[in-house]
Design a protein around this ligand. Structure first.
Ligand code: ADP
Length: 490
C-alpha cells in the first residue's frame, strides 16, 4: 500500500464527509475545488463533471425557490458579507441516472465562508442534506389535510380534537360560527360548554361522553344558546382514540348546525298536536251520540241496528286511539309525555282490552288464561295502549279464525306480557326496525292493511319510560309473539 501523505488525508476526509462541496469565491464562476462522495450521490453527478468547473456550469438550472434561496445570490452574499447563510429548504431539479427523468429534490444547505490571510472570503463550503423525503411527506400530509378541510367546509361541518388528559382543544374556525361567534374569534372548551342548554348538558352530553368512553363512539343532539339570545341545535359526532394500553387519550369529531331541520320538526309536531287536539272534540261528541242512540235503541231489540252501532262505536274508538297516538307522538317528541303511575291488576286490564277487541265480532279465537294475579305499578292508560296495540296488530296481521294467545307471567320479579298470533310473521331484517317511528313492513299483504307505523314506536317509548323491555320473536309466515316486560319492584 502507498503511504498516505498528510495533505492527502484532508482530501480523503473531505471526500468522505457528508454532502460537502468547496467552491472558490471567484464570482461569477464559483469554481468547484473539491466535492465529497455523498454530495455526488445526492446530486447524481460525477467528480470529473464537477471539479475544476464553474458551479453554474455544472448546475445551470439552479434557481432555488426565490431570490433568497437562489444559489447565485446566496454565494454572492456569502462572499460580500463574510457570513454563513443557511437555506433550510432548497429546491433542486436533478437528473435521475437510472430513469433518465428529472426529479425535484429538496436540500437543507449551509454556506460557510472560508477566509484567506487577508481576511477575504476565499472559498465557500457548501454542505447539503437531502430532505426530499421529509418535505414530500409534509406536502402529502398538508394536501390531505387541505382536502379534509375543504370537504368539511363544503358540508359546513366544524371539526374538533380534544386531548383527554390535558383538555387541549383544537378546532376549525367554523366551530366559532356554529356557536354564534365570528369565525376568527378564539373560543374555549369551557366557553362553548357553557352555551349548551343546562338540562341537555346533564341529560344528554354527560351521558353521551360516558357512553363514548365505553363504546368509542360519541353522538348527541343538543340545544345551545347563542350570544344574541337565540336558540340553536347542534349535532356532535366523534370517535375516541386510545393509546397502546387501550386507554382513551383523544376524542375527535365534527359538529353540525341542525337548527333548520329541528325547527321544521318542531313545526311539524306542533301542527300534529294542534290538528289532533282539534279532532278530539267532534269525535268525543260523536261517540256520546252513538252511545246515546245505542241506549235508546237497545229496547227495540233490532239486532241489525244494535250491531251497526257497536261497529260504529268501535270505529270511533279506533279513530280516538289514532288521534291519541298522534298527540302522544308530538308530546313524546317535545319531551312532554308524562307518566301517571298507580297500582292496578294487569289481568283485569288485559281482559278489558280483549273485551274491546271482541266488540268487532268473533273474527279470531282469543285465548287468555292467567294463572296468577299480578299487581303492577305503572301508567294504566299507557300500558293499556301497549296491550291494545299488540292485540289489534295480532288481529290485523293474521287470518280470520286463527288463534291469538295472550299470557301474563311473573318472571324473576318482572311482569312479562306476550301476545302470540298465527299470522303473516315478520322477516328478521324488519324485526329490529319495527319499533322505529313510521316504520311499516313493505310487502303485498301489507298494502291492504291500514296503519301509520306509530303504534309500536309509542309502545316502545312507553315501555322504555317504565324502565322495561319490549321485543318480538317471529318468522315470516309462521306468526309472531310480541313481548313486553316491566320490573315489579320499581
Ligand atoms: P301499524 O300497524 O299502524 O302500521 P305499528 O307500529 O303498530 O303500526 O306496527 C308497525 C309495523 O309492524 C306494521 O306496519 C307491520 O308491518 C308490523 N307488525 C306489527 N305487528 C305485527 C304482527 N303481529 N304480525 C306481523 N307484522 C306486524
Amino acid at each position: 500500500m502507498m503511504p498516505v501523505l498528510p495533505e492527502d488525508i484532508f482530501q480523503i476526509i473531505f471526500e468522505k464527509s457528508p454532502g460537502s462541496l468547496l467552491v472558490k469565491a471567484d464570482i461569477p464562476h464559483f469554481t468547484v475545488v473539491a466535492v465529497s462522495d455523498s454530495y455526488l450521490c445526492i446530486t447524481s453527478s460525477t467528480r470529473e463533471g464537477l471539479v475544476g468547473k464553474g458551479f453554474f456550469e455544472a448546475f445551470p438550472d439552479d434557481t432555488g425557490f426565490d431570490e433568497d434561496t437562489n444559489a447565485r445570490n446566496v454565494f454572492a452574499k456569502v462572499v460580500h458579507t463574510g457570513q454563513t447563510i443557511d437555506v433550510p429548504t432548497y429546491r433542486f431539479d436533478v437528473l435521475n441516472a437510472a430513469t433518465q427523468t428529472r426529479e425535484v429534490r429538496y436540500w437543507s444547505c449551509c454556506n460557510t465562508p472560508i477566509f484567506d490571510a487577508e481576511n477575504k472570503v476565499a472559498y465557500i463550503l457548501n454542505t447539503v442534506v437531502d430532505i426530499s423525503g421529509e418535505v414530500k411527506a409534509k406536502e402529502a400530509a398538508l394536501e390531505s389535510e387541505n382536502r379534509l378541510r375543504l370537504a368539511a367546509e363544503a358540508t359546513e361541518l366544524a371539526t374538533w380534537d380534544l386531548g383527554l388528559a390535558d383538555q387541549t382543544f383544537i378546532y376549525s374556525p367554523r366551530l366559532a360560527e356554529i356557536f354564534g361567534h365570528p369565525a376568527e374569534m378564539e373560543i374555549t372548551l369551557a366557553g362553548i360548554r357553557g352555551q349548551v342548554n343546562a338540562d341537555d348538558m346533564e341529560n344528554i352530553v354527560i351521558k353521551a361522553y360516558h357512553n363514548a368512553l365505553a363504546t368509542g363512539h360519541y353522538l348527541y343532539e343538543v340545544r345551545i344558546n347563542w350570544p344574541d339570545g337565540s336558540l340553536h341545535w347542534i349535532k356532535t359526532q366523534g370517535v375516541v382514540l386510545t393509546n397502546e394500553n387501550k386507554r382513551p387519550v383523544r376524542m375527535l369529531g365534527t359538529i353540525l348546525d341542525i337548527t333548520e331541520s329541528k325547527r321544521d320538526e318542531i313545526r311539524k309536531n306542533d301542527f300534529i298536536a294542534m290538528a289532533s287536539h282539534e279532532l278530539k272534540t267532534p269525535l268525543t261528541s260523536l261517540k256520546a251520540y252513538i252511545q246515546l242512540l245505542a241506549k235508546k235503541l237497545s229496547a227495540d231489540n233490532d239486532s241489525f241496528v244494535i250491531n251497526a252501532l257497536a261497529k260504529a262505536n268501535y270505529q270511533v274508538n279506533r279513530m280516538t286511539d289514532l288521534i291519541h297516538g298522534f298527540l302522544d307522538l308530538s308530546r313524546l317528541e317535545s319531551g312532554k309525555l308524562q307518566l301517571r303511575t298507580r297500582d292496578f291488576r294487569i289481568n283485569k286490564l288485559i281482559n278489558d282490552n280483549i273485551g274491546e277487541a271482541r266488540l268487532m265480532g268473533p273474527s279470531h279465537i282469543i285465548i287468555f288464561e292467567p294463572t296468577e294475579e299480578i299487581i303492577i305499578h305503572a301508567d294504566k292508560e299507557k300500558i293499556s295502549q301497549v296491550i291494545g296495540n299488540f292485540i289489534s296488530n295480532a288481529i290485523k296481521y293474521s287470518d280470520r279464525g286463527t288463534r291469538i294467545t295472550i299470557e301474563s307471567k311473573n318472571i324473576d320479579s318482572n311482569l312479562q306480557v306476550s301476545v302470540k298470533d298465527e299470522g303473516i310473521g315478520i322477516k328478521l331484517k324488519d324485526q329490529e326496525k319495527l319499533f322505529q317511528r313510521f316504520y311499516r313492513v313493505e310487502n303485498d299483504r301489507m298494502k291492504n292493511i291500514s296503519g301509520f307505523g306509530i303504534g309500536l314506536y309509542l309502545a316502545s317509548e312507553i315501555i322504555q319510560r317504565h324502565k322495561g323491555k319490549i321485543w318480538v320473536e317471529s318468522r315470516e309466515g309462521e306468526g309472531s309473539v310480541f313481548y313486553f316486560s316491566l320490573p315489579l319492584t320499581a
